[in-house]
Ligand binder design. Sequence first.
Ligand code: 9UX
Length: 68
Amino acid sequence: MEEIVIGIGGMSCQGCVKNVTGVLQALPGVERVEVSLEAARATIVFDSQRVGPAQFRDAVEGAGFDIV
Ligand code: 9UX
């Protein structure tokens, strides 16, 4: 397992946090997701053989937020 921290722009409330968490958690190979509204970032534990930053970006942007 690997861990990455990505900055996320555009989250304004805990609903946004829940949405971002959900789309990341839904990716096959993602083990654990912690999203902080205050820090504007997500910490993701994942299997690098199955998923990675390109998929994280697509998921976050697809949900209407930005990678910063
Ligand atoms: Mo809160 Mo986020 O009502 O798009 S869910 S602002």
